[in-house]
Design a protein around this ligand. Sequence first.
Ligand SMILES: [Fe+2]
Length: 198
Amino acid sequence: MSSNESVAPAPMLHHVTFKTTRMQEMIDWYGTVVGIKVNFQNPVGAWMSNDRANHRIALLAVPGLVDDPEKYRRTGMHHTAFEFENFDALMANYARLRDLGIRPAFCLDHGLTLSIYYNDPDENVVELQVDNFGDWERSAEWMRTSPQFSANPIGVFFDPDRVLEAHRAGAPFRDLQRRTYAGEFLPEPLPSLRIGDG
Ligand SMILES: [Fe+2]
């Protein structure tokens, strides 16, 4: 084998497929929350996308599936994530969903992203995020080298209503993010991360 052949390729992550017992509810929820539309559906499945890909989220709803009451204790996927272009878009979507009665499970400033997490109808966790640097290279470099990230990779909880209020009062994102990461907008009580027992 030549050295070229030993280099692993880097195919792009393309889609996630969930098993579900409530397909239509899931279709409606992803449509409302992240604008996903169905490209193909039949009685036992749906393939949906909110961009040029033929599908980004797929659902399999074959007979015999059961919900897992201990979902958060099981190994496997913790969450999927969607990224917004900028903080304004993330918070506008937060406010839009709040008006529809869709509330997040918890919100975290990870240092590298500001992230709002929801539960879908199957209680899969879905993260909506914005990159705090607006630049994946700088963001990745910060992750690799920052002592703050190393000391606390999970980040700092925030109360989205108070952050939205400060944003609407004119606080620029850079300033707001610094304050969020410093814990100025901690929710009371602190929420669960939907993992294990906590
Ligand atoms: Fe994430």
